[in-house]
Write a protein that binds this ligand. Structure first.
Ligand code: R5P
Length: 288
């Protein structure tokens, strides 16, 4: 098996190759003056291959590079092509919320399948039902165990695991159960046109407690910031925002800090300074 690292997941690919004791393909990569991507696969790839490429912003570019890689590998004689996309972009538009809208994730998944993927693996996709769009084997891995493993080494004062909305409750429940602590959720309302959100808190006294807000994605930071504000008002001592995919768009960090968030922790589905938790063992387990 050969691991083919996409530009967005070079470190994760190396970790994965190390765990699996697999070869990692050498790639030449550059950007042409007009912005188009050039990729050359240097090594022989006539074997089973695993492409690892996340699609965090610039997501359109990462997706094009993913499509180029899949097609090229097929053309170069790769046997079975497993496509690992740790963070799959466009997943939040998973249905027609308003008449006439595109269902973006369906189109993206269809393209991955049609270009030549034999198997698709992702992590904490926004809605798992999206995977039913394609016929190839498709798997969504849950990062909560690697997140819980990481948190085991941190000491908390009367921890409370909080989901900022009902959609994240399952995640908070699992984490709360593993950490053997209380968990719950807030209600979030989003204006489908403006994107503005409103959060309503539950009646819990967070006084002097450490609150771990857990979500799948932190994008603009609005959800976490609005949640943290309420938690802070209710007397929380320390607020930790933890997520699988930390996109951190524009002033997300500042927004969360100003709302009282003390620490941000994420996995390396999006590689940045906060991605302290690796999902490599999770992917390796699935591939073995
Ligand atoms: C939405 O349902 C997701 O689970 C996240 O809560 C959301 O995408 C976070 O976005 P933002 O950081 O922009 O509020």
């Amino acid at each position: 098996m050969i691991i083919v690292p996409g530009i967005a997941s070079i470190n994760l690919s190396k970790k994965l190759a190390k765990i699996m004791n697999a070869k990692i393909a050498n790639l030449e990569y550059k950007i042409f003056p007009d912005g188009e991507s050039y990729i050359r696969i240097v090594d022989d790839v006539k074997d089973d291959v695993v492409i690892v490429n996340s699609t965090y912003p610039n997501q359109d570019k990462r997706l094009i590079e993913l499509f180029l890689l899949i097609d090229n590998l097929k053309d170069l004689g790769a046997k079975k092509i497993k496509v690992v996309v740790p963070y799959i972009a466009y997943a939040r538009q998973d249905m027609r919320f308003r008449e006439g809208e595109v269902i973006s994730i369906n189109t993206i998944l269809k393209l991955i399948e049609k270009i030549g993927a034999d198997e698709f693996i992702t992590i904490d996709i926004h809605k798992e039902h999206s995977l039913n769009t394609i016929k190839i084997k498709a798997k969504n891995l849950n990062a909560i165990e690697v997140i819980a493993d990481y948190l085991k080494n941190i000491s908390f004062n009367e921890p409370y695991v909080l989901a900022p909305d009902k959609g994240a409750l399952e995640r908070a429940k699992k984490l709360g159960e593993i950490m053997k602590c209380e968990y719950g959720y807030f209600e979030k309302y989003r204006d489908r046109i403006s994107g503005a959100i409103r959060i309503e808190g539950i009646d819990i006294d967070f006084k002097d407690r450490d609150v771990i807000i857990v979500d799948d994605v932190i994008s603009t930071g609005g959800t976490i910031a609005n949640t943290a504000k309420i938690v802070k008002e209710k007397g929380a001592k320390r607020i930790i925002a933890i997520c699988t995919h930390a996109l951190l768009i524009k002033d997300a960090l500042e927004k969360m800090k100003n709302a009282g968030v003390d620490e941000i922790i994420s996995t390396d589905t999006v590689e940045n300074e906060f991605s302290k938790i690796t999902v490599a063992p999770l992917i390796a387990r699935e591939l073995c």
